[in-house]
Design a protein around this ligand. Structure first.
Ligand code: ZN
Length: 148
């Protein structure tokens, strides 16, 4: 497991962490497997979405703001209730396959830390698990005739 650090630049924004995550995947030495990502925060989350047109991220943030306005009235009096709700909506984890030592993302996909109460220092925990080598029979020898 590796922790990558992200400095978010505004109160609500999407920070592209695809390059940092791919670096962590490379350092793990795993060629084929699964990359699990977790944002250990209550007012920030993770999204995988389009990396070509920045208006997609802008639309996402604007629609989340319309659904959960920053200046509405909430029970939580810390002033960031909207950020807790938005991060719950987008979620705090993501996963993607690793193929050839990199994230096997779609052509137009990127991985983003979604900030809802910034700017501040954030982190993402990156866990890369290698796919198990061998055939199913080799992977479960206790189930073969020769090895009851
Ligand atoms: Zn709070």
């Amino acid at each position: 497991m590796e922790r990558i650090h992200v400095r978010t630049r505004s109160p609500q924004c999407l920070e592209d962490v695809t390059g940092q995550v791919n670096e962590a995947v490379r350092r793990s030495g795993v060629d084929e497997g699964v990359c699990h990502l977790f944002a250990p925060h209550t007012t920030a989350g993770l999204v995988i979405n389009e990396n070509a047109d920045p208006d997609v991220g802008r639309d996402l943030l604007e629609k989340l703001e319309a659904l959960v306005p920053s200046d509405a009235s909430y029970h939580h009096l810390e002033g960031n209730a909207h950020a807790h709700i938005k991060s719950s909506l987008v979620g705090h984890s993501a996963a993607a396959p690793v193929v050839g030592g990199r994230l096997a993302l779609g052509r137009w996909q990127g991985v983003y830390l979604a900030e809802f109460d910034g700017p501040r220092e954030r982190s993402v925990l990156v866990t890369v698990v290698a796919a198990r080598a061998g055939t199913p029979a080799e992977a479960t020898p206790e189930r073969t005739e020769a090895n009851p």
